[in-house]
Design a protein around this ligand. Structure first.
Ligand SMILES: [Zn+2]
Ligand SMILES: [Zn+2]
Length: 145
């Protein structure tokens, strides 16, 4: 049976397997975007959005690189369509950045006191036990944690 699509995008094989998850994350993302930020600090309002974007990139990344369940073609398609962040994934392939939460956390100019975000500091080197970075709410994404 021919599939009827409403737009002209050509979906690579395997798309139907990942579409439900991506749609679900999309819906969550929209909810997070319209969520009123009352009572929260301005930066905190953005945390859920960072979290979902991270989750979505991680999903695509794992499917292709860890589980080998989607083709290169479908993987590239997801990146082109903005379902995953190419720059973030490029970092995950580097030693020490496998769990990086978001790109802002490694931009030196975004940090007031040091060159890296507090969430990038390995747990055993941190002074405070509980950490939440101001950028994305990350509680620690150093590789060894
Ligand atoms: Zn982090
Ligand atoms: Zn972050």
């Amino acid at each position: 049976m021919p599939k009827v699509r409403t737009n002209r995008i050509k979906y690579p094989d395997g798309w139907e397997l990942i579409e439900p998850t991506l749609r679900e994350l999309d819906a969550k993302m929209r909810e997070a975007e319209i969520d009123p930020h009352d009572g929260k600090r301005k930066c905190e309002g953005l945390w859920p959005i960072f979290k979902i974007a991270h989750q979505r990139s991680r999903y695509i990344f794992d499917l292709h690189y860890k589980r080998n369940e989607i083709s290169k073609e479908l993987y590239e398609f997801c990146l082109e369509q903005g379902y995953a962040d190419r720059n973030l994934i490029a970092k995950w392939k580097k030693l020490g950045y496998e769990r990086l939460c978001c790109l802002r956390c490694i931009q030196p100019r975004d940090h007031n006191f040091s060159t890296t975000c507090v969430c990038r500091v390995p747990q055993h080197l941190r002074e405070e036990k509980v950490v939440e970075c101001v950028h994305c709410g990350c509680r620690g994404c150093a590789s060894g944690d």
